[in-house]
Ligand binder design. Structure first.
Ligand code: NDP
Ligand code: MG
Length: 391
């Protein structure tokens, strides 16, 4: 039996992972399941899967979790330290599906144990790519991509030599506002931004898809994961979300990965790797689909894509600035304090401010420096939002 843990078990990726575990429970020995506010779901899954330990990120919900698991032999714990301790429990395979920079530390700890880390949490590589990759190398741990585009690239590269790769093209659906006129975007509401045309995901990544911040993070994630230079990475808008990514080779061939937009494919690929196993994913009927469309993304419409290029040029801790600022701007948008287009404006201003400050971005990439940078970026976003409100 493989020992496995799921970080962010109560979320969209976490629940899809558990759906796959549930289909073959005797193959897995579940070590740790973690969640946040959704105590009921966490307790239900921990009990059913007979997990060793269930952890909520919120210390004030510990007693609720204890009550929900009363009578079972699942251990309970709460808070960031408990998450880190749970991540240190030996496991063969760990799903990293906490949302945001909060997923970084548990993922790093799992790598330090030599676990295979299935990485849905793209923020991990955006904030701390070098640190994460060095940690994996040092502990002989493996990282497997779960983000659909990166899983697609990973699959297209099986048996290939990176030296013959000319470019990696990741697709973007265009999100909720693909067909909106630019003039309407400034007044887009949280509710409107929270519905995705093709994918069913957590609210934060869904809004990030509408603003293309999600794609911006993925471009940086591509650079880190596959170690290729930024000018070899392209983004193309593909409204149907059937082609997830393409790899272009030096002989002119382009390998495209296609599939229904269902995250259980990428999760299952990482779970069963290096083998493939039957997965409960809808099979494509291309004749029924009829056509697949592709369009150049407009960087005026999606300034996040331009910012991703700037972040890759600056390097160092600028990924942590970018992600922290983006997460905090998103919090303010969700809370109704700023408009949809303000998010990119504010993130751009915070990146410039960091750039102008001595050598902050060039400080060594330690976990402390990444977390401090993330924290400072959030404070600067808070200040920028307060200033706007005061105007
Ligand atoms: P969800 O919001 O659906 O789930 C997030 C999970 O993290 C939940 O278990 C949540 O707990 C938990 N959580 C929230 N805040 C914290 C915190 N501060 N500390 C610890 N745990 C926390 O997100 P998704 O499943 O959509 O996304 C998860 C990650 O995967 C993200 O990084 C996202 O970018 C990435 N991803 C997601 C895809 C998707 O299809 N959804 C596709 C590709 C990548 P609770 O809900 O109980 O509060
Ligand atoms: Mg993706």
């Amino acid at each position: 039996m493989r020992k496995i843990s799921v970080f962010g078990a109560t979320g969209s990726i976490g629940q899809n992972t558990i759906d796959l575990i549930d289909r073959n429970p005797s193959a897995y020995d579940v070590v740790a399941l973690t969640g946040g506010a959704n105590i009921e779901q966490l307790a239900r899954d921990a009990k059913r899967l007979n997990a060793d330990i269930a952890i909520t990120a919120h210390p004030d919900r510990l007693e609720d979790l204890r009550a929900a698991l009363a009578g079972s032999d699942v251990e309970v714990a709460a808070g960031a330290n408990a998450l880190a301790e749970a991540a240190a429990r030996p496991a063969d395979w760990v799903m990293s599906a906490i949302v945001g920079a909060a997923g970084l530390q548990p993922g790093l700890t799992a790598l330090e144990q030599g676990a295979t880390l299935a990485l849905a949490n793209k923020e991990t590589l955006v904030c701390a790519g070098t640190l994460v990759l060095d940690t994996a190398r040092k502990h002989n741990a493996r990282l497997l991509p779960v983000d659909s585009e990166h899983s697609a690239v990973f699959q297209a590269l099986v048996g290939e030599d990176m030296a013959s790769v000319e470019r990696i093209i990741i697709t973007a659906s265009g999100g909720a506002f693909r067909d909106w006129p630019m003039s309407k975007l400034a007044s887009a509401t949280v509710e409107q931004a929270s519905s995705h045309p093709n994918w069913n995901m957590g609210q934060r990544i869904t809004i990030d898809s509408a603003s293309m911040f999600n794609k911006a993070l993925e471009v940086i994630e591509t650079r880190e994961f596959f170690g290729i230079s930024p000018d070899m990475i392209e983004v193309i808008v593909h409204p149907e979300s059937i082609v997830h990514a393409m790899v272009g080779f030096n002989d002119g061939a382009v390998m495209a990965h296609m599939g229904a937009p269902d995250m259980r494919h990428a999760i299952g690929y990482a779970l069963n790797w290096p083998k493939r196993q039957t997965l409960p994913v809808e099979r494509l009927n291309l004749a029924k689909l009829g056509q697949l469309r592709f369009q150049e993304p407009d960087e005026n419409r999606y300034p996040a894509l331009r910012l991703a290029r700037e972040v890759m040029e600056r390097g160092g801790l600028s990924g942590a600035v970018f992600n922290g600022a983006k997460e905090c701007a998103l919090d303010h948008f969700i809370a109704g304090r700023i408009g949809f287009l303000d998010m990119a404006d504010i993130v751009a201003a915070v990146l410039d401010r960091f750039d102008a400050q001595d050598n902050h971005i060039d400080a060594p990439m330690t976990l402390d420096n990444v977390l401090q940078t993330d924290h400072l970026a959030r404070i600067w976003v808070d200040n920028a939002v307060a200033q706007r409100a005061g105007k």
